[in-house]
Design a protein around this ligand. Structure first.
Ligand code: FES
Ligand SMILES: [Fe+2]
Length: 447
């Protein structure tokens, strides 16, 4: 069983390692299209990847009182996580040991006993079978205490509940190395999930991860970002880590150096944030939008505490820039000083051309405030209004202003990858994280 991670307190938090990782030599093997639609490939992924990697089941705040539980699905499996009377969160396969009934059908709830809806077998919060109807009717002996739920590794860290189906897996912290230390510089336990959306996507899960592994598409798919983000690759930092995870650092709070003009658009997009931090947008008129980033960093340092934030564990670059991470196989997130977006695609139970794409936005409310304007989500959020889980197909739910633009790409790519007229990838240098991801995938599938 993996180690249990104690959340680190603010005192233990230090500054993140911002240094560039050494360059990594990558190959040029084709990223063959079949891996996006082949059932055989998906079957191998299940065996070699999904059943051996750490996944998020939900947020820690869903498990407050003992007996609180959540369920989640991954491919054909459903997983149940329960907070026990001893304060420990455990994960189990969500299946009754009598005849294989789904044990807890709800996505979240509360129970003193986990009771199967078929014949009433009742398990305690540690997964031990305690009572069954007609206990004396089993010639082979009572199943109580014998046929317990099957437990799997579970850890609570960074505000999330994580599980891994591999009983011999590495601890979550060593799996996440070196990104775990970087996440720890954010007060994750204080953040509240304010947005929770799941899209039923008609595309393979890897198209999502590919997309979050490159910013080459950003100027074209997200044209509005040129006013507020330095997306050009010569000014970005890409880090590939031997653990299989990656990072991208991209300056924010100002236009790309590739842009001529556009001052009005930059100032309009940033008005709310500049006003919140006591800066007059007009002071950056006349060719001075390039100065916003540093002015904002200075102002956040100056007024942070007064506004209810503790920025002492952040580099200046964390106050304004885009710190984007991809964790193998299917997790990506962007960390901001006052919140962060977490994104992941889960494989479909049977169809490799489908997936479930989840988005959570975690907001850090300023101390003492219950309402806050989330710049990233362009939305007012309320700490007392728990995020409802919105679920639907394309057009029925929104994943937020930027991500919605990515969605249409994945649908279109899945439709065309089959074509007899397409053979393989032809990647730019700035897409090396895509190559890296596929090399890691191949490595896991061979092990
Ligand atoms: S299948 Fe669960 S009690 Fe029978
Ligand atoms: Fe995108």
């Amino acid at each position: 069983m993996a180690d249990t991670l104690e959340p680190r307190g603010a005192v233990a938090r230090g500054l993140a390692d911002i240094s560039k990782a050494p360059e990594m030599r990558l190959g040029d093997r084709p990223i063959t299209p079949d891996r996006y639609f082949s059932s055989e490939f998906a079957r191998k992924e299940w065996e070699k990847v999904w059943t051996r990697t750490w996944q998020i089941a939900g947020v820690k705040r869903q498990l407050v009182k003992s007996g609180d539980f959540i369920t989640t699905t991954l491919g054909p499996e459903t997983i149940l996580c329960v907070l026990g009377d001893d304060g420990k969160t455990r994960a189990f396969y969500n299946v009754c040991q009598h005849r294989g009934m789904l044990l807890m059908a709800e996505e979240q709830g509360h129970a003193r006993r986990l009771v199967c809806p078929y014949h009433g077998w009742a398990y305690d919060l540690k997964g031990e079978l305690r009572t069954v109807p007609d206990e004396l009717d089993f010639a082979q002996g009572s199943p109580c205490g014998k046929l317990n739920l099957v437990e799997i590794p579970c850890e609570v860290w960074a505000g999330f509940v994580w599980y891994n189906m591999d009983p011999n897996c590495a601890s979550l912290r060593s799996y996440m190395h070196p990104i775990a230390d970087q996440i720890d510089t954010y007060p994750m336990d204080d953040m509240v999930r304010t947005h929770w959306v799941t899209l039923e996507g008609d595309f393979n899960w890897k198209l999502v991860q590919d997309n979050f592994n490159e910013s080459y598409h950003v100027p074209f798919v997200h044209p509005q970002t040129k006013y507020v983000m330095e997306y050009a690759y010569p000014f970005s930092q890409f880090d590939l880590y031997p653990s299989g995870h990656a990072r991208m650092l991209m300056p924010g709070a100002g236009p790309t150096k590739m842009l001529q003009g556009g001052e009005d658009e930059t100032l309009k997009s940033m008005t709310e944030e500049l006003n919140f931090w006591g800066l007059d947008p007009d002071q950056f008129r006349g060719g001075k939008t390039g100065e916003i980033r540093v002015a904002l960093q200075r102002q956040k340092r100056l007024l942070g505490a007064e506004k209810g934030f503790d920025f002492s564990t952040y580099h200046d670059a964390q106050l304004t820039d885009h710190w984007h991470f991809t964790i193998f196989p299917n997790l990506s997130f962007s960390l901001k000083p006052d919140g962060n977006i977490w994104l992941r695609a889960r494989p479909h139970e049977s169809d490799p051309q489908k997936c479930y794409f989840d988005m959570w936005y975690m907001t850090l409310f300023p101390k003492g405030q219950t309402k806050y304007f989330s710049q990233s989500m362009s939305d007012w959020v309320d700490v007392n209004v728990p995020a409802p889980h919105l679920q639907g197909k394309l057009g029925e739910v929104s994943m937020g202003p930027g991500i919605d633009q990515d969605l249409s790409v994945w649908f279109g790519q899945q439709k065309a990858l089959h074509s007899r007229g397409y053979r393989r990838d032809y990647l730019a240098g700035q897409e090396s994280r895509v190559r890296f991801f596929h090399e890691n995938l191949e490595r896991w599938m061979l092990e």
